[in-house]
Design a binder for this molecule. Structure first.
Ligand SMILES: Nc1ncnc2c1ncn2[C@@H]1O[C@H](COP(=O)(O)OP(=O)(O)OP(=O)(O)O)[C@@H](O)[C@H]1O
Ligand SMILES: [Mg+2]
Length: 430
């Protein structure tokens, strides 16, 4: 890189006081204003000069752009990631270099990072929904196979899952950014500087040890993010950094149940499984973690998560209820008790002595029968007829003399309030 190139990069980085309008051209882009800074460089809101579309352009820090090996890796990772097409992944448009300034242009996310959202406590249900969206991005990538320069790349790992790399649009769409891009392969003392420290807290033990990483590293980091979203504190945070690294290596963190005793056990189980220091005990696939989260949320919300998330961002209201195990159990108990009561009632009806209804016939005659809806019942003595299960509301009641086979007509029927006693007053005999 010539001295002019160095100056150019420097100019871009110095002119851009955060938020202030700038007007600097780099390659195809007019940089409009700085929107953020990270370990790798500065991110600008930019306009593509030809298409006039708005993009985010990350200009690599000068010291990194000087390293050939770093640039090769940056290019390879960016080209691989530019193949991703997923609603939960920030699309990479292109990479380029202009007068010594190396940059990557991406979809501009009109929203905030999860890091900013986490400045205040968020409802558990929203935390789970956002994590579920990140799971979808990771499910897609972990299974993706991409050919680059004749070589097949599979088992792609993000390697840098953290709140600053998860963005949420004002419409409630969750977008994962910075896919495996421009990350040092091994963590050395030299690389643990500046904003890199913010990343350490989310790194898996194997990643910190410089061992090979696989999809379980992303699962671990996502678990750490979920822990932080629920508790507003990192499981592995604080100072000094050496202590943080030690705690990660030994899996030493405060269990969620200790911090929040009322938290549903299923939620803390998901987190502790994701951040197990032993990668063989973690979720082996992000889909398994996603399924467990899904089971805690109402289906109608899971199918349109962006609405719930946007509503929350707009109104700050906690609109969802996580299905707690206790509640499920309570419903089950209510259901079982209800069923038992119904069975008991049915059994009582089946075995209980038949309820008798007294029909009082006001007559001196013997040998009468009462005919109720076509069914005949004989009198016990002159005046009483006991009829089981008389329905409320008498239909066709007649009193019949069996001695002289005549039918008693013109009866005045008096029914008492409970319909249990029916008095039949004979007015005239046939
Ligand atoms: N595609 C994008 N659209 C809109 N804003 C973005 C985009 N990518 C990054 N940003 C903003 O730029 C900031 C800096 O991003 P960057 O990736 O450089 O740093 P970081 O993620 O905070 O840290 P690190 O460099 O360790 O990944 C982000 O926090 C975010 O606010
Ligand atoms: Mg980032």
């Amino acid at each position: 890189m010539g001295s002019h190139d160095k100056e150019k990069t420097m100019v871009i980085q110095q002119v851009s006081d955060k938020g202030n309008d700038i007007d600097c051209i780099i390659g195809e882009y007019t940089l409009l204003k700085e929107i953020g800074r990270g370990a790798m460089g500065v991110v600008y809101k930019a306009r593509h000069t030809g298409l006039e579309s708005i993009r985010a352009v990350k200009v690599l820090a000068q010291d990194l752009a000087k390293k050939d090996e770093f640039l090769r890796r940056f290019e390879r990772e960016a080209k691989i990631a530019s193949n991703f097409q997923h609603p939960n992944i920030v699309t990479i448009h292109d990479i380029g270099a202009n007068e010594g300034a190396h940059y990557i242009s991406m979809e501009y996310v009109d929203g905030v990072t999860l890091k900013e959202i986490l400045e205040r406590k968020i409802p558990l249900s929203i935390a789970l929904l956002i994590i579920l969206e990140v799971c979808k991005a990771l499910e897609y990538v972990h299974d993706k196979k991409i050919t680059y320069r004749g070589e097949m790349y599979g088992d792609i790992v993000h390697r840098d899952i953290k709140p600053a790399n998860i963005m949420v649009t004002h419409m409630g769409n969750v977008k994962l950014t910075d896919f495996g891009i421009a990350r040092p392969v091994n963590i050395t003392d030299e690389t643990i500087t500046g904003t890199m420290i913010g990343t350490i807290s989310y790194m898996s033990p194997e990643q910190l040890n410089g061992q090979a990483v696989d999809r379980r590293t992303d699962i671990y980091s996502l678990g750490v993010v979920l822990y932080e979203m629920i508790t507003c504190q990192k499981p592995f945070g604080g100072e000094p950094i050496t202590k943080v690294i030690q705690n990660i290596a030994s899996g030493n963190y405060l269990p969620l149940q200790r911090l929040l005793p009322s938290l549903p056990k299923k939620v803390s189980a998901i987190v502790s499984k994701a951040i197990d220091m032993d990668k063989n005990k973690r979720y082996q696939n992000i889909s398994d973690m996603a399924n467990d989260i899904c089971n805690l949320l109402p289906q109608e919300i899971v199918s349109v998560p962006e609405k719930a998330i946007a509503d929350y961002l707009k109104n700050g209201a906690a609109i969802l209820v996580v299905k707690e195990r206790k509640k499920g159990r309570l419903l089950l108990i209510i259901g079982v008790v209800g069923l038992l009561i119904m069975l008991l009632a049915a059994a009582m009806k089946m075995f209980a002595p038949t309820k008798l209804c007294n029909i009082v016939v006001n007559t001196d005659m013997t040998g009468i029968q009462v005919e109720l809806d076509g069914q005949r019942f004989s009198a016990e003595d002159k005046t009483y007829v006991l009829i089981p299960d008389v329905p409320k509301g008498i239909h066709a009641l007649r009193v019949v003399s069996i001695n002289d086979k005549t039918r008693l007509k013109e009866q005045k029927i008096e029914v008492d309030e409970t319909f249990e006693i029916v008095r039949v007053k004979l007015l005239e005999e046939e």
